[in-house]
Design a protein around this ligand. Structure first.
Ligand code: ATP
Ligand code: MG
Length: 567
């Protein structure tokens, strides 16, 4: 097969460009026909939806082609890293439905081998200790169009370099006093080749290796080699690493032979509208109390989305819809929300809740009587079953479902108008009760006893159908209504503007005194997904207790009204 044939063949199979590369490498028998990827988070924050895109690629491609994917914590900077983050990362990957079995690795596992490699490179004259400050080194870097300047320490003897590097690691020098640099080329057109720093001194204890090390490798000196030590064949990352690739290959070449060599492939990162996606910014939101924590349901973190009620399937469906390319893009958060609605529509329990209740008295319904009406749990699920909901003389409906002076085409309740109470009777408004300020406090209706489902009058058509709950049986709840965390569509458009100024001041609205049907309280266990009819998708918050029910609105039911009309 020619190269062109191969590409066409892969495209026919619907493979994305990374999958095409992997398919070709496997077909060519590279690396002994093995496929091994890795997901390499730095444990310096919680994972966000961007990481989910990388996870779906790294684990997904291994699954698809019968390979394996390692979880590797890229823990080379002890100052920012923490076990809390390690634990959260594990939980989030499992929640997304992926597993690394016993392949949990840490870059810090390779500190001895990396140190040995550094010593070898010093001995071969390929690395030197520089005594300059980071500012001096940066000033000598040059620009992409002008060459850099060689350090005055560049030509130190091997003996002196060995001695100094070992003393750096023995803790003899202050942080920042010296670094180890690769001796490559200060005139290279690739800035990363201009004697990149390999090691820096850090005195902060490491969450796994304690105080064993006083020198820590830079990302570029750790990543490719870690891939190599682990047997990773395809090291898939995001586009900002394209300029690092030659350096990745340079270091790996020091280790690899013809039988096996890891390869870096880059795809476009996920950027979402109305969101920030940098761990540094997310950390500031948490530290400055601008959100309730990493798992605040407004956060773009995986833990936040879980708490809010997003499903792993919806996140995966979204990621598969946007795909993987070589071009940076800004994806609309509406696409993610669409995927969430689509999945929740299939799986959520239908039930009734009234967010802003107003009482309706059905004046011709016998006082003290209760009857049960049957409600479908999920019309999308043939095995969804039904539940019973109490109906009696006093009920609540949504305040906005009544208008005293309605415009034309208002198909909800109005004086002398009729609506169907979903699953129960047709009622007609006969009167309203107002307080001294003229606010409506109660609506009076009569019901048509012949219109309940199963009775002859049930076929009678009215334009509107309302959700409702029995006033006597309803249970009080609190709901948290979330909106987008940022009010600016592209939060990185203006780099001079502080991202905190772009926060949406109305991203959280807490509503007390919500009335929910008893069935909701019965099912309100952690993780349960509800559709509160005509309102949206809800899930119990972690703070919810049987005594004080609290629900997060996962997402509004965008076309709820149109749907209700059609029924
Ligand atoms: P951030 O920029 O949010 O701090 P990071 O790249 O520093 O993220 P890492 O923990 O190093 O975070 O990322 C682990 C992996 O996730 C890397 O392979 C990285 O390329 C990938 N990744 C990070 N952010 C995104 C994103 N927005 N879209 C796709 N992949 C991402
Ligand atoms: Mg990173």
């Amino acid at each position: 097969m020619t190269e062109v044939d191969k590409v066409e063949n892969n495209e026919k199979k619907g493979l994305n460009f990374v999958e095409q590369i992997v398919a070709d490498d496997l077909q060519a028998g590279k690396n002994g026909g093995r496929l091994n990827t890795r997901f390499p988070p730095e444990p310096n924050g919680y994972l966000h939806i961007g990481h989910a895109k990388a996870i779906c690629m790294d684990f997904g491609i291994a699954e698809k082609f019968g390979g394996t994917c390692n979880l590797r914590f890229d823990d080379t900077n002890p100052v920012k890293e923490d076990v809390e983050y390690v634990d959260s990362i594990r939980e989030d990957i499992h929640w997304l439905g992926f597993d690394w079995e016993d392949r949990e690795y840490y870059a810090s596992d390779y500190f001895p081998q990396l140190y040995d490699l550094a010593i070898r490179l010093i001995k071969e004259g390929k690395a030197y200790v520089d005594d300059q400050t980071s500012e001096e080194i940066a000033a000598q870097k040059g620009t992409p169009t002008t060459p850099g300047i060689e350090s005055p320490y560049r030509n130190r003897s091997v003996e002196e370099n060995l001695d100094l590097f070992q003393r750096m690691n023995a803790g003899e020098f202050e942080e920042g006093a010296r670094v180890l640099r690769a001796k490559i080329d200060m005139t290279s057109s690739n800035m990363h080749f201009r004697d990149p720093i390999m090691y820096r001194i850090i005195h902060h204890p490491h969450h796994r290796t304690g105080t064993t090390w006083k020198v820590y490798p830079m990302y570029d000196f750790a990543h490719g080699q870690s891939d190599y030590f682990e047997g990773v064949t395809h090291s898939i990352c995001t586009l900002e690493f394209v300029p690092h690739r030659p350096l990745y290959e340079y270091y790996v070449k020091e280790l690899a032979d013809e039988s096996y060599c890891p390869r870096q492939i880059e795809f476009n990162r996920l950027n979402l509208t109305y969101t920030v996606m940098s761990k540094r910014k997310l950390l500031r939101l948490v530290q400055e109390g601008l959100v309730a924590g990493w798992d605040d349901p407004r956060m773009p973190t995986i833990s936040g989305m879980r708490r809010r009620g997003y499903t792993p399937q919806s996140i995966k469906n979204f990621i598969s819809a946007i795909g993987y390319t070589k071009y940076e893009a800004l994806n609309s958060i509406s696409l993610l929300e669409h995927a969430v609605r689509e999945d929740l529509n299939k799986i959520s329990t239908r039930a009734m809740a009234v967010i802003d209740p107003i009482k309706v008295v059905i004046t011709n319904y016998p006082e003290g009587q209760t009857e049960m009406v049957e409600m479908e749990n999920n019309p999308e699920d043939p095995n969804g079953g039904t539940h019973q909901m109490p109906f009696c003389r006093e009920i609540y409906i949504e305040r906005e479902d009544f208008m005293e002076n309605p415009p034309k085409k208002f198909f909800r309740l109005a004086p002398e108008g009729e609506v169907r109470l979903k699953g129960a009777y047709i009622v007609k408004c006969t009167d309203v009760v107002k307080d001294s300020e003229g606010n409506i406090v109660e609506i009076h209706c009569t019901y048509d006893p012949d219109t309940r489902s199963g009775l002859p009058g049930s076929a009678r058509k009215v334009k509107g159908t309302l959700h409702w709950v029995s006033a006597q049986h309803a249970i009080d709840a609190t709901v948290r209504l979330y909106d987008r965390l940022f009010e600016v569509e592209n939060t990185s458009e203006d780099p001079d503007r502080d991202f905190r100024e772009m926060l949406n001041p109305n991203s959280l609205k807490v509503v007390e005194g919500v009335k929910v049907e008893p069935f909701i309280a019965e099912c309100a266990t952690k993780g349960h997904k509800f559709q509160f009819q005509r309102i949206g998708y809800f899930t119990p918050d972690y703070d919810s207790t049987p005594e004080k029910l609290i629900f997060n609105r996962t997402i509004a039911l965008k076309d709820s009204w149109e749907k209700a009309q059609k029924k």
